[in-house]
Design a protein around this ligand. Structure first.
Ligand code: NAD
Length: 442
């Protein structure tokens, strides 16, 4: 098939995909709204325009990224020319989640296609309208033997995982990530696992509290908190807490009004199962703001909880919803006590003007990535690898790195015949001392 070897063919199909996404943008935005009332602004910012920009960037760079890269040879092999060739893995399976259902299915697909693979994508069944439009667009642009969308739920996913693949790219929960890793191990299939975690947000006494509140409210309540890199909980220096809570309340009201259920800018929880899971985390005696919910509309208000106990429901697992626990600390040992209860997070955010504290925190804790004095925006720089560590994921992608994720890097050394040093060949008699001297100088 052309896509395996012909870069121009891959580029042309990506141009077709770009045109199709642009043509269908309104329908995509509508599908996202129908699935869980994702506001149009967020749909454009985090889904369609992100995919469009990824497509443009890939189309622009595909030739450069796919070229064999010449590297410095080793003097031991003189004379030689050494290269890294990028080879498509072959058959790639992409399994996507529901929270950014368009972007998180399309972005890996774009890179897998650019790198020359055959691709099967399984979008999330929890966002059926978006899954449908993805299937429709892909069927229009690609031949089924090249890229295919297979819609369905857990059973479909499990059936796909029981097949043999050359690469699996999974985005979703830690629990399902483990299922994917086990299935992949059966055939030693390489995987990228983009998972989640409990992302701390640490605010020290030097932070600009008003700005911190504004940026945390933005990162936490966008998509109603259903973002893998949303701040999960806040650790704040104890003297700053009450002041900061005041700013948080102010910023939530500024963003979503007095009644966020009437705001066109506030998304809903994806389904009643997730709604119930979140409502069970809300302990009324700990709520200091919000707390209202309505199962009919899968609505949960932006909610602040003060000092939940370490083993309460809200502090157990990733929240993945619009509930924000606030915990005061006195010193760095307190910070460590909380963070060390959890597996390595996907993100960590620091709000501080103290460079020494910043350096210490970055060095001390292992996490996927993060920001100083902001939330989530590290995701938007294509030059920064995006991925987790430990339980928050394996591997990273974005920008040119995504192309590499879907390529096997094949090392090729091209040797010249004009010189053939006899040293390496047997019989080795009398050569040991000489080779030791040479190796010492290399
Ligand atoms: P999920 O793991 O429940 O589902 C993801 C995909 O796996 C879906 O397509 C689903 O059909 C499939 N699936 C579900 N159960 C399965 C099973 N038993 N066997 C095989 N396949 C199965 O995740 P979700 O609820 O869609 O998404 C939320 C999670 O994803 C959160 O934990 C969030 O942090 C994480 N996430 C991570 C990133 C990232 O980039 N790291 C991005 C978005 C979401």
């Amino acid at each position: 098939m052309d896509y395996k070897t012909n870069i121009n063919f891959r580029k042309e199909t990506l141009i077709k995909l770009l045109n199709a996404v642009i043509t269908h943008e309104k329908e995509i935005i509508q599908a996202l709204y129908d699935d869980f009332k994702k506001p149009a602004f967020e749909a454009v910012l985090t889904e369609t325009s992100y995919v469009i920009s990824e497509l443009k960037d890939t189309i622009k760079n595909i030739k450069k990224w796919s070229k064999p890269k010449r590297v410095f040879p080793s003097i031991l092999n003189f004379p030689s020319k050494d290269y890294i060739y990028k080879e498509p893995y072959g058959k790639v399976l992409i399994i996507a989640p529901w929270n950014y259902p368009f972007q998180l299915a399309l972005c890996p697909l774009i890179s897998a296609v650019a790198a020359g693979n055959q691709v099967v994508v399984k979008p999330s069944e929890l966002t059926p309208k978006t899954s449908e439009i993805i299937a429709e667009i892909i069927a229009k642009v690609f031949d089924k033997t090249h890229v295919e969308v297979i819609e369905g739920g857990v059973e479909v996913s499990q059936k796909l995982l029981s097949e043999r693949w050359d690469y699996i790219f999974f985005t979703g929960s830690v629990a399902v990530g483990k299922i994917v890793a086990k299935a992949a191990a059966e055939n030693l299939t390489p995987v990228t696992l983009e998972l989640g975690g409990k992302n701390p947000c640490i605010i020290d006494e030097t932070a600009n509290l008003k700005m911190a509140a504004k940026r945390i409210v933005w990162g936490k309540f966008m998509n109603a908190g259903q973002t893998c890199i949303a701040p999960d909980y806040i650790l704040i220096q104890k003297d700053m807490k009450s002041h900061f809570i005041g700013y948080l309340k102010e910023e939530i009201t500024k963003a979503y009004g007095k009644n966020p259920s009437e705001s066109p800018d506030y998304a809903r929880i994806v389904n009643t199962k997730n709604w119930q899971r979140l409502v069970d985390m809300i302990e009324p005696e700990k709520v200091i703001f919000g707390g209202q919910s309505d199962i009919k509309n899968c609505y949960i208000a932006p909610t602040l909880m003060e000092e939940p106990l370490p083993y309460s429901q809200v502090m157990k697992d990733e929240i993945f919803g619009p509930i924000l626990p606030i915990i005061a600390y006195e010193n760095e040992t307190d910070i460590e006590t909380v963070i060390s209860r959890y597996e390595k997070s996907l993100a960590l955010y620091l709000f501080t003007e103290n460079h020494i504290f910043t350096k210490q925190m970055i060095q001390k804790y292992s996490f996927g990535g993060g920001c100083v004095n902001d939330t989530m925006v590290h995701f938007s720089n294509k030059r920064l690898p995006f991925g987790g560590v430990g339980h928050s994921g394996i591997g990273a992608y974005h920008g040119s790195l995504s192309f590499d994720v879907f390529s096997h890097r094949k090392s090729i050394l091209k040797k010249s015949n004009f010189l053939d040093l006899p040293m390496r060949y047997a019989p080795y008699k009398d050569k040991l001392a000489t080779i030791k001297t040479i190796l010492k100088w290399l």
